[in-house]
Write a new protein. Sequence first.
Length: 216
Amino acid sequence: MRYTLIVGTRDWSSWSLRPYLALRAIGVPFEEVVVQLRQQPLTGDEIRRFSKAGRVPVLKIDENGKETTIWDSLAICETLAERHPEAKLWPADAMARAEARSYACEMHSGFPDVRDQLSMDFVRRKPLPELRPETKTQIARIQEAWSSALTRFGGPFLFGGFSIADCMYGPVVSRFVTYGVEVSSDVDGYMQRVMALPAMHDWGVAAQKEVDAGIA
Ligand SMILES: N[C@@H](CCC(=O)N[C@@H](CS)C(=O)NCC(=O)O)C(=O)O
């Protein structure tokens, strides 16, 4: 069995970071292929070599002589959770699991203004732009959701142990760090724990190389 994760330029590709964190949490070996983003039409053509959906991340599973392609960050995370139950990528308790799924889905389908105004730039530190009211509301909602889960499930991650909810919010943590978003102390502690993950560190090292090479 072989996993290949196709990701975008690491400094920018927030969606790619999510399944990367899940794969690292599982601890299985996997290969990475990086597609350079923001070079249309080349980027789109290159991604479509791997997935007709034309978006990264993409996971290829080579198993028993068959290759399966999975695209979309959440579909990849769900597939990994199903294939590696020992990694406990979802909480064991059914009600906590249902809520963790809501957290992951709220991120996956929401917060458009945060994504637009605070785009991921993993290694750079930037001034906070003039925030639209919608962006402020979404930042407040994210922090309120994090605080609520940390209080109720006791940390250190949103639902106690590291889960797909944390994978989905990992890039948001990076955005808050990049733009110096003001956060409460419990949220700050959570963000520090996420940023200290070896997987986040390694992603940052790769992103820094892209910046140094002038491709991000
Ligand atoms: N809903 C998708 C979104 C994926 C997405 O928008 N990926 C961006 C990169 S972060 C992309 O592939 N952009 C294609 C391009 O820039 O041409 C997911 O969760 O995977």
